[in-house]
Design a protein around this ligand. Sequence first.
Ligand SMILES: NC(=O)N[C@H]1NC(=O)NC1=O
Ligand SMILES: [Zn+2]
Ligand SMILES: [Zn+2]
Length: 437
Amino acid sequence: QDSSKPSQSGCSLLPHSHYWIASKRIVTPLGIISGAVEVKGGHIISVVEDKDWNGKSKQVVDYGNAVVMPGLIDVHAHLDDPGRAEWEGFPSGTKAAAAGGITTLIDMPLNSFPSTISTETLKLKIEAAEKSIYVDVGFWGGLVPENAFNATALEALLNAGVLGLKSFMCPSGIDDFPMTDATHIKAGLSVLAKYKRPLLVHSEIQQDVESHLQVEDGGDDPQSYSTYLKTRPPSWEEAAIRELLTVTKDTMIGGPVEGAHLHVVHLSDAISSLDLIKEAKMRGDSITVETCPHYLAFAAEEIPDGDTRFKCAPPIRDAANKEKLWKALMEGHIDMLSSDHSPTVPELKLLNDGNFLRAWGGISSIQFVLPVTWSYGRKFGVTLEQLALWWSERPAKLARQYLKGAIAIGNHADIVVWEPEVEFDLDDDHPMYVKNP
Ligand SMILES: NC(=O)N[C@H]1NC(=O)NC1=O
Ligand SMILES: [Zn+2]
Ligand SMILES: [Zn+2]
């Protein structure tokens, strides 16, 4: 809760409280510099260019040409402890995050049991996390029908430390995390306004798709990805965002819930849904949107039949949509990226059966979001500065972590060092941190 204090966990590589990290490529908000970052007591105390630095200090780690960047902040990950630790837990999930360059992870309120929707359940989450975490962890609380009209309960949850709230506009797949409608969302935003905190929304509203699907009479094959794709068309996202925008106009400066903010999670539809968000931004609503590496790397046409590892909601759409997502990201219409890391046990992915309609929806990828964004973004001319913006600076603002997200004086020394030119194959030999190998 107190972001003025750096994390207490020491770094095993550097048993010094005062040291310099040197590199020819340090990504700062003012551009890429060759120089050093001075760290003391877990904070960045200076950032110096070569010409202003003699480098004679004893505690220098010189990373040469490797890139030194702010650590990634993943604002959307499901670590499923307590209750479903066999799906994913704090030790495995945060180790994978650290291995992937993520230094702060904000945990979603659902997939664990119970869901994080009250002060009591937040306490259980914190107890589970305290066992062992390898990166900084924060929590979103759930906005559900049970607490939406109870301002006292929501305020208690925010006072207890959740960084904002999250809700679903369609069934979440988790029984104790029911969906909300616009009236719940409106009520939630009025509490969030007071705390200047965001509401994150899974923006899909179920539309009638029965008419297109003929699984029962053998017309549509449940092992075929296109069958699944048809069940969640872009109109679901569009309907949800249209509904949300009836309440987001109140977030504008001078509006009744000024201070509250709406964040659309994991946008997949890069056409009508994105146009609606653009319009809302133009009129001054306080709204942001994220997408995820799986929507930027994969395309429906390439998903093999029966390979339910690719099942997520909203679904991965066609290659033309993927190109449009990249374009929107490059042009600044999509604000940030997140993993939406949502693993389960292999049995629930129904890997043998390959039934897309019955398998758990969720992509497990937290360890690879940085290389995936970089590798697939090369074609579009992605820069290191953009990576820092999408993965660190903007997520830090969303989570109101003002001392994180940039290599700047006074900030936490949350840093990732990596080599953009090194290639690796993600095969069975690659070291991976997973709960269920
Ligand atoms: N409950 C849960 O994690 N749902 C996530 N999985 C997915 O594919 N999309 C989601 O919102
Ligand atoms: Zn979601
Ligand atoms: Zn999610």
